[in-house]
Design a protein around this ligand. Sequence first.
Ligand SMILES: [Mg+2]
Length: 202
Amino acid sequence: MNQNFPSSQPAVFIDRDGVLNIEAGYIHHVNDLHLIPGVANAVRRLNDLEIFSCLVSNQSGPARDYYPVSHVEALHQRLCQLLQAEAGAHLNALYYCPYLSPPEGGTNPEFSLWSTWRKPNTGMLVAAAWEHNLDLSQSFMVGDKATDVDMAHNAGCCGILVQTGFGRSVLSGAYQHHTQPDYIATDLAAAVAWICEQLGKL
Ligand SMILES: [Mg+2]
């Protein structure tokens, strides 16, 4: 055993649409991406505590032929710029899944496939853990969909549902399916406050 192997760290995984930025369906124009109030400060709080924060997002636009991967990257560039401008905040890593199976609506042959990266599968979390030495059993996933909570549980993470985006519709039973989050938070800022408590970092 390699004694020099650094101990792995917890992470906070954060969904994009409806958690960081205002849910607006498929965003075809970069300038239509807007942060939810308070999220930049919430990410900054994680940064200040040196807690690894990582975006994990299903982005099936390329598979649906709505726009190319370069557009998803441009949206992420704007997201990062807004976080930086508002609170000097940054994400430590960003993962997204551009793939979608044909039965689910994938039409662009390059991206129309079953992928272990598509939530609620755990591929993005496993890749992040492998590449950044993260301890998934000590990590948190913050999302606004049942599939975010499902992915968290599939990977052994703590699953937090926020009430922004689709969160309230999930809780009322109007959207997706029933899920049992480990914690329900008003928004990302409230989720981060709870996470800091759990990690003993107040
Ligand atoms: Mg979402």
